[in-house]
Write a protein that binds this ligand. Structure first.
Ligand SMILES: [Zn+2]
Length: 134
């Protein structure tokens, strides 16, 4: 089943149910160098595709992201929630911003999708990326 999620300004992502295709010209070796000692990724129990519709919105500024996420937490790069219809909405910073951070979009989406799968905001079990995550 193909699921389409409306995304900002005239482009739409379509993907197999809960599986988000990602192509990002990021240097993964650089990502590992920068992030290998930081807990970013969800525990295995939640690190799987979401079994429902996913809508992804790209925020082009931190201000826009904070407004859409209704958060004041510093240094956020994405957020996610599931609405009453079961749609998982992910709002994340734009590719350019994530690339400047050497942050793989795939990791951001895995983190946020895990929240849609029920992973708590307390991030219990959050883990560091390893070579198997590249
Ligand atoms: Zn989180």
């Amino acid at each position: 089943m193909v699921v389409c999620g409306a995304v900002i300004v005239a482009f739409t992502l379509c993907f197999e149910q809960g599986v988000i295709p990602v192509s990002q010209p990021i240097d993964m070796a650089k990502a590992m160098t920068k992030w290998s000692s930081t807990e970013i990724l969800p525990p295995a129990a939640y690190d799987r595709p979401y079994r429902g519709k996913i809508s992804i919105t790209i925020a082009n500024s931190e201000k826009e992201l904070r407004e859409k996420c209704e958060l004041t937490t510093p240094k956020i790069i994405a957020c996610a929630w599931v609405d009453y219809k079961g749609t998982c909405t992910i709002v994340r910073r734009d590719d350019k911003h994530l690339e400047a951070m050497a942050m793989p979009i795939a990791w951001v989406l895995r983190h946020e999708t895990a929240h849609c799968n029920g992973w708590g905001k307390d991030h219990t079990g959050m883990r560091k990326p390893n070579k198997g995550d590249l």
